[in-house]
Design a protein around this ligand. Structure first.
Ligand code: ATP
Ligand code: MG
Length: 633
């Protein structure tokens, strides 16, 4: 099947196309109407259809593949591996659902899940889906304040937390964070359910509020909980965006549209079917974790690997040894992770038998060419960049090897995915730009199934944030893009990451790409710092592949970066200053926090740091700023 034909059908006859895709999932009652678009840009897919995500992910597979592995939860932190068949998953999800009911959770109630990548996090999500409760997974690495913000937005009846997480062997107790978040929140949950792994000696229980999972699990035994059939457009879950650019947004997803989009993308993009194995290294707290660790692989009857731990522990070959052991067909990770592995010997990859592995998909951030080349050479498999957002829930731009394998073009996530009417438009005129011209990537509504239905309790912010930028009704991705003559789209960074140097508009991403192409550079971030003369000037922060304390080595490295930028982009893009640092500040999801870098570079306050991963990185940047740049003055 050719991509071009399928894509054309999905755009020219969306109702016909999606009616056909809907057959891939189980409907208790089939939809009466495929699309309702009476109140644009809001839209409803598969109206009147009754279905259930848990049924599609678990129950439906019991007959054909009850004894097949559904989930393998591997932790190199607790050194525990749990291999769970579909039958076992069914039992555990039913038990968890029975526990939820005992805690008075019912259809439409919100449940916040604050857990690391452990099997019970998946049980909890599916148990919510089973009874129609709306889960909101909060990344386990977030601090109490972040948790409190999300609690107040979702107003959950129940919070489910692990006793502790672990990172690099260090135990991070969750209970004190939960207590602090509940104290800070204006509307804390009535109940807190603790799933203990015995990592944290029990903190004192709050009487009447705290419950212990193991106790309740034992009490419910092998209880069976009937599936709640939900209208396709009922909310299934809430998930907050990464908060890279500001206050996180509570993305609301539906039931039927999400299931159908998962089934379609597993087949066409990720090329994984029943009985095959997918390994996504994401955390369940992110969109990738929801879609491609939990719902996607399980809905199609595949086996999903869930990993808790660092990519370099016990050694940088750990992921590839898992690929070998479980016969992983499709792997999904992030450019940040690939850059971490790039600092180590390729032999950690090459020594493993990766004959089952067909693809490595990477998403979440721009994939710089040097990293793409390095990992492609190391693996000898296609490395497929794909572009999407928490909001969309599945790739907007990708290659679709499940239909036909187009050549990979480094730096490009490929083509519009099925059902996405993407356009690149001029930022001020709103006109579509030609090939080779830069513009803003937009999606013409109605958004396809699986994309957000709105922001939780905030239709106004939904309209303002995504549809308020251009004349006419267009969903703005808030990312710059450019399309080449062959139709490959390239992402050039976020629209708020543009620098205006003496009237020339430069994307920070273009300069970063150029700096990163220097062999000595591990990673680079570029911000536009205010300048009296030129308006803004590019300032570079870079880490080196080989950390060095020697001043001259750093100065030489900075000099090669400057030359590289001048050579590839011209003198106009020449960095005003280059700072060599040991680490760059990132969000917990591994994205560069450019807004904080910019604030520091301008002598200001780094702003909301609630999503910052490693405070040392920020301190390191401050030290570098005090010490002075390796290039410029
Ligand atoms: P917030 O919206 O709260 O500021 P965020 O945008 O980082 O946070 P996500 O939804 O996790 O939250 O990330 C989506 C963004 O990540 C995209 O809009 C884009 O900027 C970037 N991105 C994702 N995939 C790619 C990719 N393959 N290439 C380039 N950029 C990507
Ligand atoms: Mg965003």
């Amino acid at each position: 099947m050719r991509y071009e034909d399928e894509y054309r059908r999905s755009i020219e006859d969306p109702e016909g196309f999606w009616a056909e895709q809907a057959k891939a999932i189980h409907w208790h009652v089939p939809p009466a109407k495929i699309l309702d678009y009476d109140n644009p840009p809001f839209r409803s897919w598969f109206v009147g259809g009754l279905t259930n995500l848990c049924y599609n992910a678990v129950d439906r597979h019991l007959d054909a593949r009850g004894d097949q592995l559904a989930l393998v939860a591997i932790s190199t932190e607790t050194n525990l591996v749990r291999e769970i068949t579909y039958r076992e998953l069914h039992r555990e999800v039913n038990a968890f659902a029975a526990v939820l009911q005992r805690l008075d959770v019912s259809c439409g109630d919100r449940v916040v899940i604050y857990m690391p990548n452990m099997a019970e996090a998946v049980f909890a999500m599916l148990a919510c889906a089973r009874i129609g409760a709306i889960h909101s997974v909060v990344f386990g690495g977030f601090a109490a304040h972040n948790l409190a913000l999300r609690i107040d937005d979702a107003t959950p009846k129940l919070l489910i937390a692990a006793d502790a997480g672990m990172r690099g062997g260090k135990v991070i107790p969750y209970k004190p964070l939960v207590d602090a978040a509940c104290a800070e929140a204006a509307s804390p949950p009535a109940k807190v359910l603790i799933v203990s792994r015995g990592l944290d000696a029990a903190e004192p229980k709050v009487a009447g509020r705290d419950e212990d999972y193991a106790t309740l699990r034992a009490a419910v035994g092998d209880a069976q909980v009937p599936v709640e059939w939900l209208e396709s457009n009922a909310p299934s879950y809430l998930l907050y965006t990464s908060g890279t650019t500001g206050k996180p947004k509570g993305v609301q997803r539906d039931v039927g549209g999400h299931a159908v989009a998962m089934a379609l993308s597993m087949r066409t993009v990720f090329d994984v079917g029943p009985g095959q194995v997918m390994f996504s290294t994401s955390d369940v707290g992110w969109a990738v974790g929801h879609s491609y660790n939990v719902y996607g692989p399980l809905i199609v009857g595949a086996t999903s690997l869930l990993y808790e731990g660092l990519p370099v522990n016990p050694d940088p070959g750990i992921w590839w040894s898992l690929c070998e052991k479980y016969g992983v067909r499709t792997m999904f990770s992030s450019p940040t992770a690939a850059r971490v592995l790039k600092k180590h010997d390729v032999d950690y990859i090459r020594r493993h038998d990766l004959s089952s592995l067909q693809y490595l998909f990477l998403a979440g951030e721009p994939l710089d060419e040097p990293t793409a080349h390095w990992i492609t050479d190391a693996l000898g498999k296609p490395v497929i960049d794909n572009y999407w957002q928490t909001e969309t829930g599945w790739p907007v731009l990708a290659l679709l090897p499940g239909l036909d394998m187009k050549p990979v073009k480094f730096g490009s996530p490929g083509f519009p995915n099925l059902g996405y009417r993407t356009k690149i438009i001029h930022e001020s005129t709103g006109e579509e730009v030609g090939a080779g011209e830069k513009g803003v990537l937009v999606i013409e509504p109605p958004l396809p199934p699986g994309c957000m239905t709105t922001l939780w309790n905030d239709d106004a912010r939904f309209l303002r944030s995504y549809f308020g930028h251009f004349k006419g009704l267009l969903y703005s991705s808030l990312d710059w893009a450019i399309r080449d003559e062959e139709g490959y789209t390239f992402i050039l960074g976020r629209t708020d990451d543009v620098i205006n140097v003496a009237g020339h508009r430069l994307g920070t991403r273009e300069i970063e790409e150029s700096v990163s192409s220097c062999p000595v550079v591990a990673e680079a971030a570029v911000v536009g710092v205010a300048d009296e003369l030129k308006g803004q000037v590019p300032v570079v922060f870079a880490t080196l592949r080989q950390a060095t304390g020697e001043a001259q080595v750093r100065i030489d490295a900075a000099d090669s970066m400057r030359k590289q930028v001048e050579h590839s982009l011209g003198a106009v893009a020449r960095p005003a200053r280059i700072y060599i640092v040991n680490a760059l500040p990132k969000t917990r999801s591994g994205k560069l926090l450019r807004r904080s870098l910019l604030a520091l570079a301008q002598g200001g306050d780094p702003g909301d740091l609630s999503t910052l991963d490693d405070p040392n990185a920020l301190e390191d940047v401050k030290r570098a700023l005090q010490r002075g740049p390796e290039f410029g003055g």
